[in-house]
Design a protein around this ligand. Structure first.
Ligand code: NDP
Length: 419
């Protein structure tokens, strides 16, 4: 098994690229949150250097770690949900996953509400935001280093293809060596993908909304709408949790710093930036009609995102589903078919298009004066374009010349007539 040859090539610019990302990603999370303060919100104005006390706080680290383990415990204990199976592995086995994300989400929100009623000091989070970010970064580095070391104790066929590349420690630590790190039936990658970070993002949003309400003694409708959009997005992702089992993150990527920090630090602290911005800029208020327009635009994005994802997932689960029999397909020599009509005839990633429309809508609510609250749609466009390119490379490898035929049939990558 050892030294099995692979066609894998170095991704993300190899050692140099991953070294840059390892440094820049945590600094970006800190910088953008610092820059998005009350007095200014400009990437060009250097924020004041924070003090050591602002950056490091043992209580924040304990709360952050406690939150991670709280999610872990409820994931293990809550009986609701279903058992789903992932795609076949290299050894043709399929791993089972406990999909109780939605009940964990509801339980977490209820626990937060009850704790708040009983006096949870939510202002602590807002006042010590920076130390929570630093805690999440510290936690992510610790966990990814642990996973890197652990990966040397597992059989070769449990490692990702990326370890076949002559990769340095920096490269392999960033991308992750082990594909599915598990402790018994508990799958750490699956858990990290949608639980502590994603649910944590919503709890941060709630803390921000409460802070705003306590400050102004009235509801900020723009902020409330953004928090609603985020909450709905996360609830939907957890309701359809099993859909993640066929994504690149689960099927192809190892659990390294990229996914660990992406999920546990980047997502909660950068995706909540629009809410933080609105808290710091209460003057941004919209008319009822404008709020309705934002709501409708988000709905359009959501419909495209959800309907296209569901159509493909249903088709992959059961290609003979009678409700999909009207769809045109392209048969590949691997035996698998590709959809070429309806949503999947519009572009090769209509689901990305819906996701991007939602991302843009959330930022539109923050107005047009500052670029920082637009960070999410800008970064997300880059992420999805890059992700689309990686997926394209995987599919070309998988489907050979049939993929070229498919690309000729469905011409656009994400946005019809644009890209
Ligand atoms: P896709 O859902 O597009 O999955 C790509 C895979 O789908 C391909 O590898 C191929 O696998 C299959 N496929 C591609 N085209 C077709 C077709 N025409 N017919 C049938 N199957 C096809 O991409 P992702 O996994 O990247 O994304 C899933 C969702 O998650 C998206 O909506 C995306 O926007 C969202 N997302 C959100 C993120 C966030 O941070 N909010 C981050 C990343 C993703 P095969 O043929 O082997 O089945």
């Amino acid at each position: 098994m050892k030294n099995k040859k692979s066609n894998a090539v170095e991704e993300f610019g190899g050692t140099f690229g991953t070294l840059v990302l390892t440094t820049v990603l945590p600094l970006t999370t800190i910088y953008l949150n610092l820059a998005c303060g009350k007095s200014s919100c400009s990437i060009l104005t250097l924020p004041l250097m924070p003090t050591m006390e602002e950056m490091f706080n043992t209580t924040s680290l304990l709360i952050y770690t406690g939150w991670f383990f709280f999610q872990l415990i409820i994931h293990l204990l809550l009986p609701f949900g279903s058992i789903q199976y992932g795609l076949p592995l290299k050894n043709d086995k399929r791993l089972s996953y406990k999909c109780n994300g939605f009940s964990c989400f509801i339980f977490s929100v209820l626990a937060f509400v009850v704790a708040y009623i009983f006096g949870l000091p939510t202002s602590f989070v807002y006042k010590h935001y920076l130390s929570f970010i630093v805690s999440s970064i510290f936690f992510s580095f610790t966990l990814s280093l642990f996973l890197y070391i652990k990966s040397f104790s597992v059989p070769y066929d449990k490692l990702t293809d990326s370890v076949n590349v002559k990769g340095s420690f920096i490269y392999q630590h960033f991308l992750g060596r082990e594909l599915n790190p598990r402790f018994g039936d508990f799958d750490l990658k699956f858990f990290c993908e949608l639980r502590p970070g994603l649910i944590g993002w919503i709890i941060l949003d709630f803390c921000i909304l409460i802070e705003d309400f306590q400050k102004h003694n009235s509801l900020n409708y723009s902020l409330a709408l953004v928090v609603f959009f985020h909450t709905f997005y996360v609830a939907d992702a957890l309701w359809h949790e099993e859909a993640i089992l066929s994504t690149m993150d689960i099927v192809h990527d190892g659990l390294g710093l990229m996914l660990v920090m992406g999920n546990l630090s980047w997502v909660p602290f950068l995706y909540s930036l629009q809410a933080r911005f609105l808290l710091e800029h209460p003057q941004i208020q919209w008319s009822f009609c404008a709020l309705v327009a934002f709501f409708l635009l988000n709905l359009v994005g959501y419909a495209i995102f959800r309907l296209s994802n569901s159509q493909k997932n249903e088709f992959r689960k059961n290609p003979h589903n009678p409700s999909l029999s009207h769809l045109k397909t392209l048969r590949t020599s691997s035996g698998k078919k590709l959809l070429v009509s309806s949503w999947w005839g519009l572009s090769r990633h209509p689901n990305y298009m819906g996701d991007l429309i939602m991302a843009l809508t959330w930022s539109l609510v923050t107005g047009f004066q500052h670029i920082i609250p637009y960070f999410y749609p800008i970064y997300f466009t880059y992420l999805l374009v890059h992700r689309g390119m990686r997926d394209d490379a995987h599919c070309r490898k998988k489907y050979g010349s049939d993929w070229d035929t498919y690309c000729d049939t469905v011409h656009y990558k994400i946005f019809p007539y644009i890209y």
